[in-house]
Every structure is written in C-alpha cells, then in structure tokens.
Design a protein around this ligand. Structure first.
Ligand code: UGA
Length: 435
C-alpha cells in the first residue's frame, strides 16, 4: 500500500519504518527541516533499539522516504497516518493545534478517497472533530479513524511488530476492510484487532496509560508502608503479583513514572473529565503520589546526612526516564537533580546515552562523567535513577573500592540487599532495608 505518515517523532518514525518493512511504500513527512535532512542522509533522529537496521534496509530498497512538504505525493497515498504531538496545555489538557492544523491543510489538498488514521493520543471526540474539518472543507469522501498506539520507548520496534492488540475506532465498513488489509500481517500472527466506535478507541488509550500509572503509584504507596514497617517490597511484590488477576508487570516501586506519555495522559484525562464534570478521584491521587514519589528519595538523602547536604557531592547513575532510551522528558532524575542543586550540592552524572539531552537543559550546572566508575572516588554518595543493564551488571567489587563513602541511594532497587550488606555498603533503596 502507499502510505504517508505525518510526524516523525517516536510513534511516526517507528510506524513508518515498520510498515515499510512489510513492503508498503511509506513517505514520512515532518515540518522540521533538520529532522528530514538528517533522515534523508541516513541518520536516525531518535535512539530506538532495532530501528536503525530496518530503517537503512528500507531506505535503500526505496520503500521508505522522507519529505518536508505535506503535499508531497499525498494524493498517491491510500492511507495517511497522523502521528503528531499533543503536548499538555497549562491546565493539563491536550493541545490539539498540530493535529487540527494538519487536518485542515490536508482537507485542502486531498483529491480522492483516503483513510486518515489518527495515532496521536487525543481526547474523546477528537476523531469526529477531525472528520468534521474534512466535511467542512472538502467534497471528497474521507474516513477518519482512531488507531491509538501502545508502543513503549526502548522496545518500540518489538512492540510495533508484535502488538498485543490493535484498536481501531471507526464505523465505516470501507475503512474496516482497508485497515484489516493493512494489518493483515499482524492478524496472521495472531494479534487480535478490536473494532469499536471512535470514542471508545480514544478512551481506551487514555485508560491504558492511566491504569499503568495507577499500578505504579499503587506499588509506590505500598513501598512507603514498607519503609515505615518491617515489610519488604520485594516480598510483597512477589506475593501480590503471583495472583494472575493482578499480574507481574508494572509493579516495580521506584522514584516514580516519567516519560512523555504517562504523565501527559494522566494530566489530560484528569483535565478532560473535569471539563465533563466528572471528578476522577483515583487518577488525581495517582498524579499526586507520583509527584511526591519523585522527591521522596530527597528526604531519605537528607535524613541520612542529618539535613546537612550543603556542599555534598552526589553522583547520579541514569538520567533517562527509563532504560534503553535517551529521552529525559519528565525524567525523575531531573526533579532529583533540581532539588539537590537547590540544596547547594554538587552533582556529577553519567548515563549510557542520555547525557547530551541533559546537557542541553542543565549545561554546566552539573558535571558529566564518561563512565560509571570515573566519578566514584569524588562523591559523597551515589544515586541510581535509571535501571540500565550497565548498572545492574556493574562490577560491585570495583564500586566498593572506588566509592569511598560506600553510600548508595538506589531509586530503582537494582541491587540485592544481601549483596549490599555483604559488601558493607550503606544502601538505601525503596521499600527495602539492608539485611
Ligand atoms: C507508555 C506505555 O507503556 C505504552 O504502552 C504507551 O504506548 C506509551 O506510554 C505512549 O503512550 O506512547 P513509555 O512512556 O515508553 O510507554 O514508558 P513505560 O515503559 O510505560 O514507562 C513509563 C514510566 O514508568 C518510566 O519512567 C518507568 O520507569 C516507570 N515504571 C514502569 C515504574 O516506575 N515502575 C514499573 O513497574 C514500570
């Protein structure tokens, strides 16, 4: 099929590249000239494991191409994906200007039937709103459908290629037929495609991210109870998650959820429900707990140093909001660094890939280390903010020798408490005590 993808962020670039790998002719469009220049010259603009290999393959076989202008071969495409940002407005609601502007521009240039597939996360009713723009500006019959994306950064290619489900919101028989054809390679592999109305599809996306955020905030509150008692979060998680109704995933206590999706979507659903006069009580708490959880580790650090961290030097391992990505949006590390700097401490940070992204924001307010060990002999304590494998598999004996203070605050519970005890570390983690 001939496909255009508008927007080359995480969702757009992964969607376009993966669909081209299934033999579709895909053009990815973005108004950002430097992004397109880079992609055209064969350089990926995001770090995503597994993406580069299929990107290079499909650029060279001609299945994947890039352009700046929205009208570039647009009328040759049967399907147009919208993968545009919906950033939060000040009140938390989703800003739809990019989606609606592109819809208006498209409505003025499209000259034959097309399916517009919206991948962007949008409030309930937006698909119909987009559809109305086409009805108002064009005489051409267009189907606008909702097809939310569930891919996770860091495993986006795997998620796209092997989705657990595909959600399609449309009531058009013609669209159902074409979309079924598009996703046939996935349904052949056993992936279920659920067709529903547009509003249900839109809400499914918000509900999914909000539920995941709820699981995280729930386990983080349980970890707080562990901190106040002799319960141990690892044991509680084990007992809790062996109930298949509860499940094992998304129950890792830590320093809170970050990223571009969970925080944004929780905010947007709270704002949307406020506007329809529904008080989404659980979700409001979920958000509040997450804010508190990000800085809870600061009180642990302050307690440890008897409220005197002025001039103390902290090392940070991990800056990205989670492993396998250079994305630092809403990363708990940022909040922790901000708080520590306000308390006049010095910071040296290391991340396997995200240091350049943090440098753009913090510049020389903090120092950067070329590796995990280099900073250790200079610091009063190490703080772990992201559970990269590089840290999980670290040579603990080397850390023991270099880290003179032997003090570790582990915001992601990556080390076994027994191991820490045997090696005489002062080890403070989340909801666990050293044995
Ligand atoms: C999330 C969803 O998981 C995807 O399904 C969705 O498609 C995506 O948002 C989106 O809307 O585009 P993502 O933001 O990439 O994906 O990251 P997650 O893997 O969900 O992690 C979010 C945050 O939760 C991270 O900061 C992570 O450290 C934290 N987390 C996750 C925990 O603190 N505990 C856990 O047990 C799991």
């Amino acid at each position: 099929m001939n496909i255009t993808v508008i927007g080359t962020g995480y969702v757009g670039l992964v969607t376009g590249t993966c669909l081209s790998d299934y033999g579709n002719k895909v053009t990815c469009i973005d108004i950002d000239k430097s992004k397109i220049k880079s992609l055209k010259s064969g350089i990926l603009t995001i770090y995503e494991p597994g993406l580069e290999i299929i990107f290079k393959k499909n650029v060279s076989n001609g299945n994947l191409s890039f352009a700046n202008k929205i009208n570039h071969k647009i009328n040759e495409s049967e399907i147009i994906f919208l993968a545009l940002p919906t950033p939060p407005n000040e009140d938390g609601s989703a800003d739809l200007k990019h989606v609606l502007n592109v819809a208006k521009n498209l409505s003025e240039i499209i000259n034959s039937y097309k399916i517009i597939i919206n991948k962007s996360t949008v409030p309930i009713g937006t698909t119909k709103k987009i559809s109305n723009i086409f009805k108002k500006n064009s005489k051409i019959n267009i189907d606008v459908i909702s097809n939310p994306e569930f891919l996770r950064e860091g495993v986006a290619v795997k998620d796209f290629m092997n989705p657990e489900r595909i959600i399609v919101g449309t009531q058009s028989k013609k669209a159902i037929k074409i979309v079924s054809q598009l996703y046939q390679p996935f349904s052949k592999k056993g992936t279920k495609i659920y067709f529903m109305n547009e509003e249900s599809a839109e809400l499914t996306k918000y509900a999914a991210n909000s539920f995941l955020a709820t699981k995280i905030s729930f386990i983080n509150e349980i970890s707080q109870i562990c901190d106040l008692t002799d319960a141990d979060i690892d044991k509680v998680k084990l007992g809790l998650s062996s109930d298949s109704r509860i499940g094992k995933k998304f129950l890792n206590a830590g320093i809170g959820y970050g990223g571009s999706c969970l925080p944004k979507d929780v905010k947007a659903l709270i704002s949307y429900t406020n506007n329809i006069n529904y008080d989404f009580k659980i979700l409001k708490s979920v958000e509040k707990i997450n804010e508190l959880q990000k800085v809870h580790i600061i009180s642990k650090i302050q307690n440890f140093f008897n409220n005197d961290i002025n001039g103390k030097h902290f090392g940070i391992w991990g800056l990205s909001f989670k492993p396998e990505t250079d994305d630092i949006r809403e990363a708990p590390s940022l909040e922790i660094i901000k708080n520590l700097l306000e308390l006049n401490s010095e910071i040296t940070a290391y991340d396997p890939v995200a240091s350049p992204s943090i440098k753009k924001i913090l510049g020389n307010k903090i120092s950067y280390s070329g590796g995990p060990y280099e900073m250790l002999d200079k610091i009063d304590a190490l703080i772990i903010c992201t559970e990269w494998d590089e840290f999980k598999n670290i040579n603990i004996k080397k850390v023991k020798t270099k880290l003179k203070s032997k003090t570790i605050f582990d915001g992601r519970n990556i080390f076994d408490t027994k191991l820490m005890s045997i090696n005489q570390f002062k080890y403070i983690s989340i909801g666990r005590k050293i044995k």
